[in-house]
Write a protein that binds this ligand. Structure first.
Ligand SMILES: Cc1cc2nc3c(=O)[nH]c(=O)nc-3n(C[C@H](O)[C@H](O)[C@H](O)COP(=O)(O)O)c2cc1C
Length: 362
């Protein structure tokens, strides 16, 4: 039984933290797992071209995780089959639980290069990418070494070994291989699940996640859950072993549960509603208890400290990516605009603490 099936057997529904570039980094995932206990979490995506071609190993930080964050699915995007295969070997070596291929990103920096949601227009490439990731995993299982991958630099091999040590990740176990899944959208410029999804079925994917918007829609309008429901019926009919998750505009545990029941899904991914709100993954009674007993600003400070510890300035990371999280934590409090305006100028956790104390929030 893979971890998707295990969660389903235990909980009847999978509630996952959706992958979000620039958001679901190591500290955010750690806070989310600790206080929200999402069943499954995705990393932000990383480009396979970057993994194989970049002279810096900074891109590997996207995959940072520790055992507390399991089950952990690492997401990759790109368009070069050879790089997908080698990135899969690298992720096997790191010991992630799942590898997810992004076929849903609408950002011009991704889709205009033929990656992300643009792959919906190129189903043969979609199938090739799934195949090579599966091949990379199978070859790693049979003994392929990361250092023998032609486009993985010795520096990257060393960085992976360092990550395993720094995050106390278990030794390599070639019997434990990651699952392969795809996250996609309902179409390119119009809804086209009846022609798009059959290409993915029969590819031995363990799971598919579907965001109920087209590439053209970006994030505008509303996710179309009736299409997600039709996709669920199609998948259950054609390839019932595939775990199917819906995604788009869900705000909390109860809404996710409603969607699962109404549309016969295996689970739901929540993205934006998790901003500054780790408790939304908890059922209502637990959520209300957590909200009453825990001070969200203490959690914000813990997040800021963890961010600093994970990305010390010496590594070239600044406090900048943390600021948006601080702003999100102020949602709904009195004087939010004023507090936010100070928090988004903070440069370290000491400054964050000073602002929070000034407004008597901690
Ligand atoms: C800031 C941001 C970054 C995102 N990055 C990714 C990504 O790296 N990979 C991905 O598959 N989807 C990405 N998404 C899409 C989300 O995972 C999700 O599909 C989308 O936000 C809809 O779900 P929601 O309404 O629950 O937020 C991103 C969304 C946002 C807002």
């Amino acid at each position: 039984m893979n971890f998707w099936q295990k969660i389903l057997a235990e909980k009847k529904m999978i509630l996952a933290l959706s992958p979000m570039d620039g958001v679901t980094d190591f500290p955010f995932r750690a806070i989310n797992k600790k206080y929200g206990q999402a069943d499954l979490i995705f990393t932000e995506f990383a480009s396979v071209e970057g993994v194989c071609r970049s002279t810096s190993t900074k891109i590997l930080n996207h995959f940072d995780f520790n055992d507390a964050q399991r089950p952990l699915v690492a997401q990759v995007f790109g368009k070069t089959p050879a790089f997908f295969k080698q990135a899969a070997v690298l992720l096997c070596e790191l010991g992630v639980d799942g590898i997810d291929i992004n076929m849903g990103c609408p950002a011009p920096t991704v889709a205009n290069h033929g990656s992300g949601a643009a792959i919906i227009k190129n189903p043969e490439l979609a199938k090739e990418l799934i195949r090579v990731v599966q091949e990379g995993i199978a070859e790693w299982k049979n003994g392929l070494e990361l250092k023998d991958c032609p486009d993985i630099s010795p520096k990257t091999v060393m960085a992976v070994a360092d990550k395993k040590k720094n995050f106390a990740l278990p030794d390599i176990d070639r019997k434990k291989i990651p699952t392969v899944s795809v996250k996609t959208r309902i179409g390119f410029d119009h809804e086209e699940i009846d022609t798009w999804l059959p290409h993915l079925l029969g590819m031995r994917l363990v799971a598919i996640s579907l965001h109920g918007r087209t590439l053209k829609q970006g994030y505008s309008g509303k996710a179309d859950w009736s299409v997600i429901g039709r996709a669920a019926a199609l998948i259950k009919k054609e390839d019932p072993s595939v775990v199917f998750l819906g995604n788009g505009d869900v705000t909390d545990y109860e809404e996710a549960m409603e969607k699962v029941k109404q549309y016969n899904l295996d689970g739901v991914l929540i993205g934006r509603a998790s901003f500054g709100q780790p408790f939304i993954f908890l059922p209502k009674a637990e959520r209300e208890k957590a909200l009453a007993e825990k001070n969200i600003f203490k959690i914000a400070l813990e997040h800021a400290k963890l961010f600093e510890a994970t990305y010390p300035e010496s590594e070239g990371y600044k406090f900048l990516p943390m600021r948006k999280h601080l702003a999100w934590y102020t949602k709904g409090v009195e004087q939010a605009a004023l507090i936010r305006s100070e928090l988004v100028r903070s440069n370290n956790s000491l400054e964050v603490e000073a602002v929070l104390r000034k407004y008597k929030l901690i």
